[in-house]
Write a protein that binds this ligand. Structure first.
Ligand code: SAM
Length: 306
C-alpha cells in the first residue's frame, strides 16, 4: 500500500524500453526480461534469427528466434548437468555424440572426461558455431579438444546414418520444439537414438520445464518408456534465465548392463586434473547429481504414471 498507483504503473510494461523481453507462445502470459547494454550481433541464418547482446547482469547472451539459449553467467548450470548426469552414470564412456549444442559448452564439459576417445557433434546451424567462437570464448573452448569432430547438418538425418551400437552416450542439447528442433522431440528420433547406442548406453536430452511443459514432458516420457528398455528418468536443474527458471532432462538407458542414474559410478569433481584450461566445475557435484532426480509431487505423479 505504500506504493502509489502512479508508481505501480512504472512496473507495468509489456516490453520495457532498453530491455530484452522473452515472449513466446511456449510460455504464454509471462516474459522474463534482461537489461541490454549493447547489441553485439544480429543475423538471420537459413534456420533461425540469431542475436547476441551484452546484458548488464548476466554477461553476453545468445538468443535464437527470440528465445534465450545461454548467458555467460548461468550456462554452467545447464551444460554441466546435461553432460555429467549421463557421463558420470556409466563406467568408461568412450564414444559420445552431441546433437545441437553448437555453442560448444556441452563439448567443453564432455572433454573433462579422460576416458572419452571420440566426441562427435552434429549442429544444424553453422552461424551458432561462428557466433559462439566470436562472443563466447569460454563456451566455444569446447571445440579446441582434438577428440571433437564437428558435422554441420540435421541431427535427425545424421543419426539415421549412424551404425547400430556406436555410442556410449548421446547428449541432445536442443532448442525448443518449435522450429528446427521439433523432430528432436518425436518418437522416430528417439528410436534412432536407441539404435545408435550400445547395449546399456545412455541418452540425456533437454526436456523442458515442469512448471510450463508437463504436456510435452508426458509425451517424451511415454515415448521413452516404450523405446528405452533399460531405465527412464527425469532430472532437473535451476537456470535463472530459462523460462520459469528451471529446465529438465530425460535420462534413459538401453537394454544391457543396468544403469542406475541416481547412483553415479564414474565420479568427476572440480579438483579433477583434466582439462585445466576449461576452468573448474562451477555447478555440478555429487550432491547436485543425486538431488536432480528428486521431483515435486505434482511432477512425480505424472512422470511415474506414464
Ligand atoms: N547449449 C545451450 C545452453 O547452454 O543452454 C543451448 C542450446 S543450443 C544453442 C541448441 C542448438 O540446437 C542450436 O544451436 C540449434 O541450432 C540446434 N538445433 C536445433 N535443431 C537441430 C537439429 N534438428 N539438428 C541439429 N541441431 C539442431
Amino acid at each position: 500500500n505504500s506504493i502509489s498507483t502512479n508508481k505501480e504503473s512504472e512496473y507495468i510494461s509489456s516490453v520495457i524500453p532498453g530491455w530484452f523481453s522473452e515472449i513466446s507462445p511456449m510460455w504464454p502470459g509471462e516474459a522474463h526480461s534482461l537489461k541490454v547494454e549493447k547489441i553485439l550481433f544480429q543475423g538471420k541464418s537459413e534456420y533461425q534469427n540469431v542475436m547476441v547482446f551484452q546484458s548488464s547482469t548476466y554477461g553476453n547472451v545468445l538468443v535464437l528466434d527470440g528465445v534465450i539459449q545461454l548467458t555467460e553467467r548461468d550456462e554452467c548450470a545447464y551444460q554441466e548437468m546435461i553432460v555429467h548426469l549421463p557421463l558420470c552414470s556409466i563406467p568408461n564412456p568412450k564414444k559420445v555424440l552431441v546433437i545441437g549444442g553448437g555453442d560448444g559448452g556441452v563439448l567443453r564439459e564432455v572433454s573433462r572426461h579422460s576416458t572419452v576417445e571420440q566426441i562427435d557433434i552434429c549442429e544444424i546451424d553453422k552461424m551458432v558455431v561462428d557466433v559462439s567462437e566470436q562472443f563466447f570464448p569460454h563456451v566455444s573452448i569446447g571445440y579446441k579438444d582434438p577428440r571433437v569432430t564437428l558435422h554441420i547438418g540435421d541431427g535427425v538425418a545424421f543419426l539415421k546414418a549412424v551404425p547400430e551400437g556406436t555410442y556410449d552416450a548421446i547428449i541432445v542439447d536442443s532448442s525448443d520444439p518449435i522450429g528446427p528442433a521439433q523432430e528432436l522431440f518425436e518418437k522416430p528420433f528417439f528410436e534412432s537414438v536407441a539404435k545408435a547406442l550400445r547395449p546399456g548406453g545412455v541418452i540425456c536430452t533437454q526436456a523442458e520445464s515442469i512448471w510450463l511443459h508437463m504436456h510435452i514432458i508426458e509425451d517424451i516420457v511415454a515415448n521413452c518408456r516404450q523405446i528405452f528398455k533399460g531405465s527412464v528418468n527425469y532430472a532437473w536443474t535451476s537456470v535463472p534465465t530459462y523460462p520459469s527458471g528451471v529446465i529438465g532432462f530425460m535420462l534413459c538407458s538401453t537394454e544391457g548392463p543396468p544403469v542406475d542414474f541416481k547412483h553415479p559410478v564414474n565420479p568427476i569433481e572440480s579438483d579433477d586434473g583434466h582439462c585445466k584450461s576449461n576452468g573448474p566445475l562451477k555447478f555440478y557435484n555429487k550432491e547436485m547429481h543425486a538431488a536432480a532426480f528428486c521431483l515435486p509431487s505434482f511432477a512425480k505423479k505424472v512422470i511415474e504414471s506414464k
